[in-house]
Design a protein around this ligand. Structure first.
Ligand code: IFM
Length: 455
């Protein structure tokens, strides 16, 4: 039996655009994902989040599922275009009411609401005004954060500003595989800085609006990056990916500085003149915890990468290597040691910062059998190994406070549409029927025992 510390938080995570649906109800306006998913060829099968898992209308049923699991916490995101439809100015009370009802119902069920303010659904109007590469988007975000905190501050205990800003900046504006689909290396770097700034300004707005004791956080997807070999060239490739994938966020947020090697690596693209005096101090506002999303490691070697890249400045020096071993339906390698190593690194680099695993999980091609059951032994295996890695890290003195499984429900997996299933509850998107998979029953046991009985 691998027991976790008393009070360890066990949750599941979701995001608004991936599950809510109701895309044009109650005053919600289009986000960049509504627009992007309508561009032919951008999302598999032409899928959109118009209906998704219809969570907007099935909240009560979904909270019952959470109750059955026994989770202590539930992480959801607030859709900016639902609560502030034009991305500036007045709020939509109807939109806010949805989240008030959600938070109240969670609390009635004894579940702590954990809200993320930005999980990739920028109001389209703000993208038309330039999007994240523009400084004013950061200012808009802080205003929005303050408004949501005013409305929900008495109900929500944990607030996360951004989810995975690396993805927003580099998949959205670098490789263009995510909304808004731009492939502009300098815009991607500008976006990264303005996301950091948005975070810092939002922390200030949240602290001003929330009661004392509210937890304010940020969720990153740090890359567990390793060099394919010990050669100098491979190690330099890993350094470059670490700078863009990790230190570009960790250094400003926790140390108030930009990574010098990254500024040098990208000198032919930009002089970073968009970083204004005082920005780094704003970004380095103290946090109560750091959220970590981990799925798979990143192994790199010297080489080059063709085509639009999420690694501006690094692509002539880096290639991404494939390693042997099991893989998920996303073709991502299964490597719990990557999570363990990342946690130990963060323990050393960020002493005193509590960590929370805000996402971890796996997609597999599961289906309901003729009896209506969904057997997903591979997911159970993946989860068992990764929860075990968290336990190992705790044993090494890493201050991990909680684990949120991605995801409660099968959902809209961005550019993959509904083709990739991450849920521990199967969703038949034609009927919206929910069926807990074997992994849901396994997770309920983990929560009930506060640990792994089969570890
Ligand atoms: O579905 C996503 C989520 O929105 C952000 N983190 C990674 C998940 C799996 O790709």
């Amino acid at each position: 039996m691998l027991r976790f510390p008393e009070g360890f938080r066990w949750g599941t995570a979701t995001a608004a655009y991936q599950i809510e649906g109701a895309a044009s109800e109650d005053g919600r306006t289009p986000s960049i994902w509504d627009t992007f998913s309508r561009v032919p060829g951008k999302v598999r099968n032409g899928d959109t989040g118009d209906i998704a898992a219809d969570h907007y209308h099935r909240t009560a049923e979904d909270i019952s599922l959470l109750k059955e699991l026994g989770v202590t916490d539930y992480r959801f995101s607030v859709a900016w275009p639902r609560v502030q439809p034009s991305g500036r100015g007045p709020v939509s009370e109807k939109g806010l009411d949805f989240y008030r009802r959600l938070a109240d119902a969670l609390r009635d069920a004894g579940i702590r609401p954990v809200a993320t303010l930005y999980h990739w659904d920028l109001p389209e109007e703000l993208e038309r005004a330039g999007g994240w590469p523009e400084r004013r988007t950061a200012e808009r975000f802080a205003e929005y954060a303050g408004l949501v905190a005013d409305a929900l501050g008495d109900r929500v205990a944990t607030w996360t500003t951004l989810n995975e800003p690396w993805c927003t900046a580099f998949l959205g504006y670098g490789s263009g595989v995510h909304a808004p689909g731009r492939t502009e290396p300098v815009a991607a770097l500008r976006a990264a800085h303005h996301l950091n700034l948005a975070h810092g300004l939002a922390v200030r707005a949240l602290r001003a609006a929330l009661p004392a004791g509210a937890e304010v956080s940020l969720t990153l997807n740090p890359h567990a990056v390793g060099a394919l070999t010990g050669s100098d060239a491979d190690r330099d490739a890993a350094r470059r990916v670490d700078a863009l994938g990790n230190r570009l966020f960790l250094d400003p947020v926790f140390h108030g500085r930009l990574p010098e090697d990254l500024v040098a690596d990208t000198a032919r693209l930009t002089d970073w003149g968009f970083v204004e005096g005082g920005d780094l101090a704003v970004i380095a506002a103290p946090l109560d915890s750091l959220g970590i999303n981990y799925y798979a490691p990143t192994v790199v070697a010297a080489g080059s990468h063709d085509g639009p890249s999420p690694w501006p400045g690094a692509e002539p020096h880096v290639r991404f290597a494939s390693t042997p071993g099991p893989r998920t339906a996303m073709d991502w390698p299964v490597d719990p040691d990557g999570l363990y190593g990342l946690l130990v690194r963060l323990r050393d680099e960020l002493p005193g910062v509590p960590l929370v695993i805000t996402e971890n999980g796996a997609a597999y091609d599961d289906y309901a059998d003729p009896e209506g059951d969904v057997h997903d032994p591979e997911r159970v295996g993946y989860l068992r190994q990764h929860v075990g890695a968290v336990h190992r890290a705790l044993g090494e003195g890493v201050d991990v406070r909680g684990y949120f499984l991605w995801s409660l429900l099968d959902n809209f997996e961005w550019a993959y549409g509904y083709g990739k299933r991450f849920g521990i509850v199967h969703v038949d998107f034609a009927s919206q029927r929910r069926t807990p998979k074997d992994s849901a029953r396994w997770y309920a046991q983990v929560i009930a025992h506060n640990g792994l009985t089969d570890g």
